[in-house]
Design a protein around this ligand. Structure first.
Ligand code: ACO
Length: 342
């Protein structure tokens, strides 16, 4: 809307655990093969938290990298939104832990849950706060450690996910608005297709039967999620481009949620995108849920696949079911501190 204050992305960052788990490692746990995993998903390896590594620690790492990229004083951050489905605690929120760790003393902070679409939801909220003039600088983090919620004896699910955090910083601008559109959708009727049960209200105090360990694992109908994703991604892309007033052909780079290379390729084909427009680092990190879009963007910027200025379509989909997209102009160069890359 023309009366709104414009916003732009000024920083990106990510953090991943140090331990690499390869397809060969998984072959020792379940009846699978590197060939099956590679051809069905495109994943070769993933990072998994070990020892005292936590979702909070990864979120802080990603936030610090994004702050350094943007070259801002953490005290300037007005709002921190952490998108996660796998927080270390129900409270305090991960966002509050990030707030204290990065020294964003003035910032309001909260978590949101929209599964793998979480970072897109966070961007839409950030844009609203900036657009209304309430806040100037918003830090958005997506973090998930699905490894803690996987059944490592279930080959259908344990091969897909990796742990990571990714972060973005959005700021008000006097110049041209660079968040061209955000688009959010949800359909709770498909909630059962991808879920992680909680020990919360579903298991009241009076329950005779304590929940079995199996009840806390991620459950997925892979075929149904595949079908959902290959329809939801093109739909979100078309709707968000229309909202932004641009054509699909005007998009330079497609930065989809990194769930599965077959989903990404099928969606890209439906949209008529060229292979060089597709951003993917799935091979290295697997499906990192709420972290995957900023992690993929960070890597594409680092390896200079995305060179500013570029129009990027960030497209998410996941549990809920949720899906959505953000069309952004990426113009942010890495901040140079004291003559060196910050
Ligand atoms: N290794 C070897 N064989 C396997 C494995 C494995 N890791 N997993 C399943 N199989 C077997 C199955 O048991 C089945 O065997 P059967 O025919 O003897 O019963 C066979 O492979 C085929 O199984 P399908 O489920 O039909 O395989 P499909 O081709 O559909 O691929 C996959 C499965 C990769 C999960 C696919 O459905 C998919 O990509 N779905 C989307 C999953 C996804 O991305 N989820 C997360 C997205 S949303 C989010 O990010 C939160």
């Amino acid at each position: 809307m023309s009366s709104q204050i414009g916003a732009r992305l000024i920083g990106v960052g990510a953090a991943v655990p140090s331990a690499v788990v390869t397809n060969a490692d998984l072959q020792r746990l379940v009846d699978t093969s590197d060939e099956w995993i590679t051809t069905r998903t495109g994943i070769k390896e993933r990072r998994i938290v070990r020892g005292n590594e936590t979702a909070t620690g990864l979120a802080i790492g990603a936030a610090k990298e994004a702050i350094a990229y943007a070259g801002i004083d953490p005290g300037a951050i007005d709002l921190i939104i952490v998108a996660t489905s796998t927080p270390d605690n129900l409270y305090p929120s991960t966002a509050c832990m990030v707030q204290v760790a990065v020294g964003a003393t003035r910032a309001a902070a909260f978590d949101l849950e929209a599964a793998c679409t979480g970072i897109i939801y966070a961007m839409a909220i950030g844009q609203q706060f900036i657009g209304s003039g309430t806040y100037k600088t918003v830090l958005m983090v997506g973090v998930d450690i699905h490894s803690r919620f996987l059944n490592w004896e279930d080959r259908n699910t344990c091969i897909l996910f990796g742990d990571a955090a990714g972060a973005l910083i959005m700021q008000a601008t006097d110049g041209e608005n660079e968040i061209l559109s955000t688009y959010l959708r949800a359909d709770g009727s498909g909630g059962h297709l991808l879920s992680i049960p909680n020990y919360g209200t579903a298991y009241p105090f009076s329950g005779e039967e304590p929940p079995k360990a199996m009840d806390r694992y991620l459950k997925m109908n892979g075929r149904a999620i595949y079908e959902f994703a290959v329809h939801a991604v093109p739909e979100a892309m078309r709707a968000s481009c229309a909202k932004a007033g641009i054509r699909i052909e005007d998009v330079d780079y497609f930065v989809p949620h990194q769930a599965n290379q077959r989903i990404i390729n099928a969606a890209a084909e439906r949209l008529g995108l060229r292979p060089e427009q597709i951003v993917s680092n799935l091979e290295e990190y697997g499906n990192t849920s709420a972290a995957s879009i900023p992690l993929a963007l960070r890597d594409a910027v680092r390896r200079k696949q995305i060179v500013p200025p570029a129009t990027c379509a960030l497209v998410g989909f996941g549990g809920g079911l949720t899906w959505g997209a953000a069309i952004v102009r990426w113009t942010a160069s890495e901040h140079i501190a004291n003559g060196e890359a910050g």
